[in-house]
Write a new protein. Structure first.
Length: 344
């Protein structure tokens, strides 16, 4: 047993320090990035915000709208050939879609079927809750061997050493985050996790040293947190709860006392396991919760709010583009970041 006493921080522990700026307006900030990926050699351009592969978020309706903003959607693992064929816009939005899979034999088989029918998809997201197993790294290698020209996203991990391990196993992009999500209970159910801001800083440094990229996955509660993720060195920021509760997610609307709500739940929750896998196995426990969030209408309004916030962050620190945000970032430790006397 050992204890690490170095300070580790979450997004809520810091604020961005303002600096002198020559920018006249938020509209002058360029949020577009262009990345060329380590192994696939594919190039992608757009705004590097991703929708998480969660029910109600990683859906084709969300993908259609996010693609208009040149943002990526990681589809849920339940998308198959039949579901994809039903979408008439698939050929126009595929460049901003990632196919999500687990590490079971049936996941590999489903991916095979999809790519035989839709060979044009470029992104494969290999998603597990615990990215620290040898089986996971072996699986990444097998996907890399079979699909050498596809851009592989793999995770989740939270430390520099495992970020490097996944990259050396064939991942172009590593997904960073264990436990920070709004409907994730891993930290209280298992006692495992890592403060998200510190995880992003450490993993970004490790990935960039190898010519690869990372996604800051989870922990964002507002546009300011998205900016902090980018400021910490993330190449992409992935959102779940912030993009939930909208029409495009196709969730069931529940009415209560005249107000509308949509059910949102973690991918490892009881309800997700019952819905997709016939329930939890005896040797497992739920690591996600189910909540009702206020119905939010069209996702476009939320996207515009997020992008406006990130642009404003850039103007405060003097960054003319998202690419330069991390270079202009100084974090200030705080005891409180928001006066919530009257709520948010």
């Amino acid at each position: 047993m050992r204890i690490e006493e170095d300070l580790k921080l979450d997004y809520s522990d810091v604020l961005l320090r303002p600096k002198r700026s020559t920018l006249k307006s938020r509209k002058d900030v360029n949020l577009l990035r262009t990345y060329r990926f380590k192994y696939s050699k594919n190039e992608w351009s757009g705004i590097p915000i991703m929708a998480a592969n969660m029910d109600g978020v990683g859906e084709l309706g969300v993908a259609e709208k996010l693609s208009e903003f040149e943002m990526i959607t990681c589809l849920t693992k339940q998308h198959n050939v039949k579901k994809l064929k039903e979408n008439k816009k698939i050929k126009s939005i595929y460049q901003n879609i990632a196919l999500s899979i687990g590490i079971k034999k049936e996941d590999f088989e489903n991916l095979d079927k999809i790519l035989k029918e839709f060979s044009f998809f470029n992104f494969i997201c290999i998603d597990v809750a615990n990215g620290y197993s040898e089986h996971f790294t072996s699986f990444i290698k097998s996907i890399r061997d079979k699909y050498p020209t596809k851009t592989i996203i793999a995770g989740n991990v939270v430390t520099a050493d495992m970020t490097q391990e996944l990259i050396l196993s064939g991942a172009d992009i590593v997904k960073v985050g264990i436990g920070p999500g709004s409907v994730c209970t891993t930290r209280i159910q298992t006692g495992v996790g890592y403060p998200q801001l510190s995880a992003v800083i450490e993993c970004a440094d490790a990935a960039h040293g190898l010519g690869a990229h990372i996604i800051a996955d989870g922990g964002c509660t507002c546009a300011g947190d998205v900016a902090k993720g980018f400021g910490a060195g993330a190449d992409f920021v992935m959102l779940g709860g912030m993009l939930a509760g909208h029409d495009e997610g196709s969730g069931k609307i529940v009415k209560n006392n005249g107000k509308k709500y949509i059910e949102f739940y973690g991918s490892s929750s009881d309800i997700a396991n019952k819905k997709h896998y016939g329930g939890l196995s005896d040797y497992r426990s739920s690591e996600g919760k189910t909540v009702r969030i206020k119905y939010r209408g069209k996702v476009k309004d939320t996207i515009l709010n997020i992008l406006g916030g990130v642009r404003s962050s850039c103007t405060y620190v003097g960054a003319p583009s998202l690419k330069q945000l991390s270079k202009c970032t100084t974090f200030v430790r705080v005891a409180r970041q928001f006066n919530d006397t009257f709520g948010r």
